[in-house]
Design a protein around this ligand. Structure first.
Ligand code: AGP
Length: 647
């Protein structure tokens, strides 16, 4: 987790740092800070336990001048959110300052050793060992480094040959930079865990070192300036030239130069990629919260997800980025879907839909479990890693483990150029547009849609007829409008939210393809309103959770038409018989539910395999309105972050 930024150039560093941190705030927002190297050759540190806006205010009061600096927005792992635990952290006698993203698992051992060597720790973080370890390594290297021949004065004395003097000075500087990179390399070689790291050195005001293992890091290349960030979002408007650092790489960055070394390989060539111009509007467009805006964007984001992917002529879906031959795809006899959180719920929708359409067995695994399991997987299994952000550590870990075992891996991601998207053998982008609210909404429905397209694709490779494929395509064309109409329930949902916003427990119940919808509805409510909610298959409720039912525990039923409709209606009766309030999501024309439920929300009729995408809309709205009514910070709920980049 955490977002880091760095700047070295000619501007006031804090301009970029603060704006960059704002754009990275989705990665964590427990506390934040910046450090710049000032003209007195010391670090100016400004930290806050509040959000980036308050960091900006603090910097107005106490400017941290300097054209070189680093910044950090934190999601606490070790030590509670506090000013002392906020990054950046100083190392040694304030000769080093770092911002770190990741976890140093063996920090205790290193800390003890460094303490015994006289280094003084101030924070409870694992990251502070990074700062002191680098300072310690640098001291050793400086102690052993040969003195420059005569130093600058000696160079000047050497006959006034300007060129020779310049060359000698440049060599001296290059040697110093190599020494700094070596200090970082020697420090990180002691760590077990992950790091994305930017480092400044008090005595070397012209260089910044960045290093990466497991936590993403990019370098932006400008004219006479360089930028470092956890992802490309802070670079927009500053530069479109970007270098994605790979694991085990260390970058030596000056105003005008960038060189990259790889552990064990020495200097390596770095690819400069051009960032696509992001024409998407990441503003709020008049909505009070990003989450609400993103909920209402779904008709359009779904349209974008399916654009160019429906082939009417062949009655199938088209995917351009699998990097697998048709024969390889034809031979796939099992799909393994792995993900976390909401993406895992989407994977469960995919499980139902893909099996139904293609008859290929599908398994869904939590990525955090899969990465440490050793399940028997045959050679014809295809792994899909689903992640909105493309940076989720557990999903990345599972993907890497499957790659190590030689399985083909595909990613389903929203964020273009993200680590998961880059490391998978191929994949599918959601094209849902930037999702800023921590609670995933439009990415979820786009994930469900991509999985439905996969069902159609694998179905057509196997037993599904052309005619059936064509009918599915027609259904898909109608989907965005069905979601638009489901969102027309917004006002009614708001009234229902008012009625129930005082409740402290909710049950969400659905069956078959709408069981994951129940899970997702419950998660949405939990994460943004801090109200306890459980999602269950409706029939399972009587095996335990029904004990929770009383007049203060509303049950939200997802009960559209379908072959389990009668069964779910019976489950609703069971709740009613025990005095529990019922909110029912039913299809237009349903007249029966009203006799049992206290509140009924009508959504458009859709084929069963598309119901999850339509029926989740009122659940997203319900969670949103309850959270607002309870005074919660909808877009940045407590304890969470948009992208979970630690295990
Ligand atoms: C979604 O509302 C949650 N914030 C969370 O469960 C999220 O889906 C999960 O962390 C996975 O994220 P990813 O899709 O970016 O991998």
């Amino acid at each position: 987790m955490c977002g880091i930024v760095g700047y070295l150039g000619f501007r006031d560093a804090t301009d970029f740092l603060v704006e960059g941190l704002r754009r990275l705030e989705y990665r964590g927002y427990d506390s934040a800070g910046v450090a710049t190297l000032n003209s007195r050759r010391s670090f100016s540190l400004v930290k806050t336990t509040q959000r980036i806006d308050s960091l900006a205010e603090l910097l107005e009061e106490t400017p941290a001048a300097g054209a070189m600096g680093i910044g950090h927005t934190r999601w606490a792992t070790h030590g509670p959110p506090s000013a002392v635990n906020a990054h950046p952290h100083l190392g040694g006698d304030q000769e080093v300052v770092i911002a770190h993203n990741g976890v140093i698992e063996n920090y205790q051992v290193i800390k003890q050793r460094l303490e015994s060597e006289g280094f003084q720790f101030r924070s409870a973080t694992d990251s502070e060992v990074v700062a002191h370890a680098i300072a310690a390594e640098l001291r050793k290297l400086r102690a052993g480094a040969p003195k420059a021949a005569g130093g600058e004065a000696g160079v000047r004395r050497a006959g006034g040959h300007k060129n020779a003097a310049n060359k000698a000075a440049a060599q001296q500087t290059a040697a110093e930079h190599e020494m700094l990179a070596a200090a970082v390399a020697q420090a990180v070689s002691q760590f077990r865990g992950t790091y994305g790291l930017v480092v400044l050195f008090r005595d070397f005001p012209d260089v910044m070192i960045a290093a990466r293992l497991g936590s993403p890091l990019v370098v932006g290349i400008g004219e006479g300036e360089h930028f470092v960030a956890s992802d490309s979002s802070p670079l927009a408007g500053y530069t479109d030239k970007i270098v994605y650092l790979a694991d085990h790489q260390i970058a030596i960055i000056t105003k005008n130069t960038l060189s990259v070394a790889h552990r064990g390989q020495g200097r390596v060539k770095h690819n400069v990629e051009v960032l696509p111009v992001d024409e998407e509007d990441a503003g709020m467009n008049g909505f009070p919260h990003y989450m609400l805006k993103e909920i209402f964007e779904q008709p359009e984001s779904l349209q974008n997800t399916m654009r160019g992917r429906l082939n009417e002529e062949d009655g199938t879906a088209v995917f351009g980025g699998f990097n697998l031959t048709r024969q390889q795809l034809r031979n796939v006899d099992r799909l393994l879907l792995t993900a976390c959180g909401t993406s895992w719920h989407a994977a469960h929708v995919g499980d139902y839909v893909i099996e139904e359409m293609s008859r290929i067995p599908v398994e869904v695994e939590y990525a955090s479990e899969l990465r440490y399991r050793n399940p028997p997987i045959n050679g014809a299994t295809l792994l899909f890693a689903l992640s909105q952000s493309g940076e989720t550590a557990d999903t990345l870990g599972a993907l890497r483990e499957m790659k190590r075992k030689g399985h083909p891996t595909l990613a389903i991601c929203n964020t273009v150029g993200s680590t998961i998207a880059q490391e998978a053998d191929g994949g599918v982008y959601l094209h849902a547009g930037p999702e800023i609210g921590v609670a995933s909404t439009k990415a979820y429905t786009s994930q469900c849609l991509v999985l439905t397209l996969l069902g159609l694709f694998f179905g057509r490779l196997n037993h599904l007829s052309y005619d059936a494929g064509r009918r599915i395509i027609d259904d898909l064309y109608a989907l965005p409008d069905q979601v638009r109409r489901a969102l027309d329930t917004a006002e009614q949902v708001r009234d229902i939210a008012e009625k129930y916003c005082g409740a402290n427990n909710f049950l969400y119940l659905g069956r078959q393809v709408n069981f994951p919808t129940a899970l997702e509805g419950a998660l949405k409510l939990k994460e943004i309103s801090y109200v306890h909610a459980e999602g269950y298959p409706a029939a399972e409720m009587k095996h335990g959770p029904i004990a929770l039912v009383d007049e203060n525990t509303p049950s939200v039923f997802i009960v559209p038409q379908g072959y389990v409709y009668e069964k779910v209606m019976a489950n609703m009766e069971e709740i009613k018989a025990r005095g529990g309030p019922i909110i029912a999501i039913v299809e237009e024309g349903d007249t029966r539910a009203a006799a049992v439920a206290d509140d009924v929300i009508h959504i458009p009729r859709a084929p069963e395999y598309l119901q999850p995408i339509v029926s989740v809309a009122p659940l997203q709205l319900l969670a949103y309105h309850i959270a607002v009514l309870r005074g919660c910070d909808v877009d940045k709920p407590r304890n969470l972050a948009k992208s979970v980049t630690v295990e």
